[in-house]
Design a protein around this ligand. Structure first.
Ligand SMILES: [Zn+2]
Length: 504
């Protein structure tokens, strides 16, 4: 087994003294203090806020005043070097958060070795925060150093009693990390009664523009959305992504009950039969009411999902403009242009009619089938005057799915001109119109081979072998979509699609 030697700094979330905590290496634990402002998410840490950033940071070397009592630090295993009189830690200017060296008698008042009321800086270990590519104003000069006798808070540094600091210096190892966070016991979220509130984060540009909604974890076990959205929120807060026009609302986790349980559904599939309900009766009814209100308040939706099988990411769009009964629509040009900017090279459509046909077929076979059940987030969005697409980023556990989702959000923000980025169109490889669903007669029906979504089949090729040996064959050249190895009787075992004439 291997491990990285780590110092943990833990602060109680509930403590009145937000700056007091414990520093530990393994079993060795001593009291410590942090910034008087307490802990702060590293993405919102600012110069002068007297807060200590949450995170895991490297400790690269230490400095000490060359006093006889501290000479032992030259022979401990961690690299300590004597502090010279000309050292300055820059807290401003072009060398922000760097160790620099003064020339001659310059800047005597800025030097690390200048006299202070307490000898807090006889031994310091710089914390590797905002230093690889230092960003101005994001925080500088974070050290581990000695605390004042009254253990009062610092300006953001981690401080120990002087004796404990020397003992820490003996225990430091090369490559050591410092892990700063709330202690787990006090950070444990309290489970509220009933359904959890839905967290949304909005950024409004200073100029007019569309209202864009980005949703994750409509299905609780699809975690690429929450992870990518959290990253985009951090980038927006840090100014790496600048929202200039309109408004974007991020909902990292739509279905918190299902997300906590790491299941697709809480009480039922939120992405079916989505509508407002005057008398909500389960988790998804409650969540659905809040979600529908949010959808109505926005113009464009990007709903981020992943899937159980293997396969390439794809985008699901709505129908062409039509005034029919199933899904009337007027914004197909806008929606298609949007979908083409998201990155995936596969675009599909035809969901609602195919789902409705499957529901009617199920009803014919004596099962329950409601054509309206196919209405999910994007269908609801279209029904209330907006447009939106479902982005399927890949397999649930594929880390690349997070990158697909992140890139899609960034491109979408640019395409909608909320940011100044100008994304290019994806080079489409497949466009699929879903035509039909194949229902299982029994749980022993099976797929003819290990299909993944988008696999091509030729006319007459066997797709499904029934329990009685009969075969379901492709009515024309086309594609298998959403194969489900675990389908039971009346479930859709797969959909069949053909090359779409749209997008050509
Ligand atoms: Zn999903």
């Amino acid at each position: 087994m291997t491990s990285i030697p780590t110092i943990s700094v833990r602060i109680s979330r509930t403590d009145q003294n937000a700056h007091k905590g414990t520093l530990a290496i393994g079993d060795w634990a001593v009291p410590c203090v942090i910034g008087t402002g307490g802990l702060v998410s590293a993405s919102v840490k600012r110069e002068g806020d007297r807060k200590t950033p949450i995170g895991v940071f490297p400790l690269r070397y230490g400095l000490f005043k060359p006093l006889p009592a501290l000479r032992f630090l030259e022979s401990v295993s961690f690299p300590f070097v004597p502090c010279s009189d000309d050292m300055i830690w820059e807290e401003d200017g072009p060398d922000y958060n760097r160790l620099v060296f003064a020339d001659g008698a310059d800047r005597a008042g800025d030097r690390l070795a200048r006299p202070r009321d307490h000898d807090l800086f006889n031994v310091i270990v710089p914390i590797g925060y905002n230093d690889a590519v230092a960003e101005a104003g994001r925080g500088s000069a974070l050290f581990v150093h000695a605390a004042r006798p009254d253990m009062s808070g610092t300006a953001g540094c981690v401080a120990l009693r002087p004796d404990d600091l020397l003992e820490l210096a003996r225990r430091l190892k090369p490559g050591m990390l410092i892990d700063i966070d709330y202690d787990a016991a006090s950070a444990q979220p309290v489970q509220p009664e009933g359904a959890s509130p839905m967290e949304s984060v909005s950024f409004s540009g200073m100029h007019p523009g569309p209202k864009f909604l980005v949703t994750g974890a409509v299905h609780g076990n699809e975690i690429c959305g929450p992870q990518a959205i959290a990253r985009v929120i951090a980038d927006c807060r840090a100014g790496k992504i600048a929202i200039r026009r309109g408004q974007v609302t991020f909902v990292p986790i739509v279905n918190m009950k299902a997300y906590r349980a790491n299941t697709r559904e809480g009480d039922r599939n939120l992405n079916r039969n989505l509508r407002e309900r005057a008398v909500p009766s389960d988790n998804e009814d409650l969540v659905g009411n809040v979600l529908c209100r949010l959808l109505r308040a926005h113009d464009v939706l990007l709903d981020i999902h992943s899937f159980r099988s293997q396969g390439e990411p794809f985008v699901f769009v709505g129908p062409e403009d039509n005034s029919g009964e199933i899904e009337p629509f007027k914004l197909s040009r806008e929606e298609s242009e949007f979908a083409l900017r998201l990155g995936p090279k596969i675009i599909m459509h035809g969901w609602l009619p195919a789902y409705a046909r499957a529901a009617l077929e199920r009803r014919r076979l004596g099962g329950a089938g409601d054509p309206a059940e196919g209405i999910g987030t994007t269908e609801f969005m279209r029904s209330v005057g907006g447009y939106g697409v479902t982005l399927e980023c890949g397999n649930h556990s594929d880390p690349r799915a997070v990158e697909v989702a992140y890139a899609a959000i960034v491109s979408a923000l640019g395409h909608l001109q909320l940011t100044d980025a100008r994304p290019s169109k994806a080079k489409l490889e497949k466009t699929i119109e879903i035509l039909d669903a194949v229902l299982c007669d029994s749980a022993n029906d099976r797929l003819a081979r290990e299909f993944v979504t988008g696999d091509a089949v030729t006319s007459g090729e066997t797709i499904v072998v029934r329990a009685d040996g009969s075969k379901v064959t492709a009515p024309s050249d086309g594609f298998v979509v959403f194969p489900d190895r675990n389908a039971r009787a009346m479930d859709v075992i797969c959909y069949f699609g053909v090359r779409s004439k749209r997008f050509s």
